[in-house]
Design a binder for this molecule. Structure first.
Ligand code: GLN
Length: 486
């Protein structure tokens, strides 16, 4: 059974009517995992036995015509910073390598209630800080499209699981691009929802004011299906917004004619590779075929987005990660005779990798007396400016587009300076700073390496984003191609 031939909706239907058994479908996923996970290292933990048992239960229910959930039987991979009861939730860090989550994140409860089958936990950059998966304590994930290349990060494992047929659906988290970057580099769909649309309860925090959990899927319709399940107010997350539930699939095929897209020239400035630029413009031409017009615009405040993001993200990280003290959570020094300061710094020196430490130090610096005004406060002001700029632009345009990533997937193992690495987040961080929704969709390949296109829209404009993404997908073949690794 080649699961990638079917949409999630088709699979749910086929399982419900028992045209295929859920057990066969799950078995075939684990066959793909046995074949490809060795070369890609997408998963950190698998739960095959439970998944099979659950599949048999679903088959039984389907046969006796019991009502099944919206995700009935679908195999889903979960990024390892989302708490899943009874399973290790490590954030790909030595600090949490033995941490078993004692409860389910709200979104895990929601997907379970709709009968999804959790396959396992996926690899990521340590504490979601990075865009390659190279900082994972457990070693990197590899891109299934080309040997030796990064799948992007930080939700690299989730992207690869979907891309290589090792899961039908996946969940990632996006603080500054961690869903969209790997989606782009692995030729799948990845959506960062509007801030507040999806509950963060049970997500291990990195940058609270920036991050959202979101779907990563092969097709736009799968993304719509999963978003509909995870979205919605949660009393356990005070930042989640109370809105009427939307059926994102209902209007996917609605007309897109007459819509207007703005393409800020700042999204394609120096640092953007010629290959990416060419592929992006070719994709934009395609938009005209389904009646979407576009125009080049300028949004000067975008030039400050990257610096603003890294100041705020590091400040929040330094405060969030203070809780790993070796007593309440995580690694323990096991030496009760040490005094507090010594025990605290010892456990943190040992438990955190170098990128995490760099960010804690820089974050502490920008928050410290004397520097707070110069860095953190100024960054918050620029953030407000950026938000205003986007709100203004979105009055004249329905959508804003650009390449998701300015470069092709990078080779793993090539040493970059931190600044070089941060720079490739240039087009993804504005959505996090403003809280706006953004989606990355496959838009082509150069030399066998995938390229993604990013669309942004107004607050809670997910329906529109998905509709336009779906029109583009229907007009192209990128989602039908298969990866090349053997
Ligand atoms: N690369 C960005 C960072 O390291 C994004 C991370 C994320 O979205 N989790 O901060």
């Amino acid at each position: 059974l080649d699961i990638s031939r079917f949409s999630a909706e088709e699979l749910v239907e086929m399982i419900g009517s028992q045209d295929i058994s859920c057990e066969d479908y799950i078995v075939s996923i684990f066959e793909s995992i046995a074949k490809h996970d060795r070369n890609t290292h997408a998963y950190l933990a698998l739960k095959e036995d439970q998944a099979l048992e659950q599949a048999r239960t679903i088959d039984k229910k389907a046969r006796s015509k019991e009502k099944l959930g919206k995700l009935a039987g679908l195999g889903i991979a979960i990024k390892d910073n989302i708490c899943t009861k009874g399973l290790a939730t490590t954030c790909a860090s030595k600090m949490l390598k033995d941490f078993i989550a004692p409860y389910d994140a709200t979104i895990i409860e929601r997907i379970k209630a709709e009968d999804a089958i959790i396959l396992g936990k996926t690899n990521m950059d340590e504490f979601a800080m990075g865009n390659t998966t190279a900082s994972s304590f457990f070693g990197p994930t590899f891109n299934p499209w080309m040997e030796g290349y990064s799948p992007g990060g930080s939700s690299g494992g989730s992207a690869v699981a979907v891309s290589a047929g090792m899961a039908t659906l996946a969940l990632g988290e996006d603080t500054g691009g961690s869903i969209r970057c790997p989606a782009s580099f692995c030729s799948i769909v990845g959506l960062k929802p509007t801030y507040g649309l999806v509950s963060r309860y049970g997500l291990i925090a990195y940058g609270n004011s920036l991050e959202q959990i979101g779907p990563m899927t092969k097709r736009v319709s799968d993304c719509a299906l999963l978003l509909g399940v995870i979205a919605g107010r949660d009393s356990k997350d005070s930042t989640s917004v109370d809105r009427e539930r939307t059926n994102y699939e209902k209007n996917l095929n609605k007309d897109t004619r007459g819509l207007k897209v703005g393409v800020p020239k700042e999204f394609l400035e120096e640092g953007t590779s010629e290959d990416v630029r060419r592929t992006f413009w070719r994709a934009m031409e395609k938009f005209e075929e389904f009646g979407v017009r576009w125009e080049e615009i300028t949004m000067p405040s975008l030039r400050y987005a990257l610096a603003t993001y890294y100041i705020i993200a590091m400040a929040e990280a330094s405060s969030n990660l203070a809780r790993y003290d070796g007593v309440r959570y995580g690694l323990s020094s096991g030496r009760i005779e040490l005094d507090w300061n010594e025990a605290y710094s010892r456990v943190r020196s040992e438990g955190f990798g170098s990128e995490v430490k760099r960010r804690i130090m820089l974050g502490t610096f920008v928050l410290s007396a004397g520097y707070f005004e110069a860095y953190y406060l100024k960054a918050q002001r620029v953030r407000a400016l950026l938000r205003r700029d986007f709100e203004h632009t979105l009055k004249s345009f329905d959508l804003i587009a650009g390449p998701t990533m300015p470069i092709l997937p990078p080779k793993l193992g090539v040493k970059l300076t931190p600044l070089q690495e941060y720079r490739i987040d240039i087009n993804t961080v504005p959505a996090n700073l403003t809280g706006l929704p953004a989606i990355s969709i496959p838009c082509g390949f150069v030399n066998g390496l995938p390229i993604g296109l990013q669309l942004m829209s107004s607050y809670f404009g997910e329906e529109l984003l998905l509709r336009v993404a779906n029109s583009y997908e229907s007009a192209t073949d990128h989602h039908r191609l298969s990866f090349s690794l053997r």
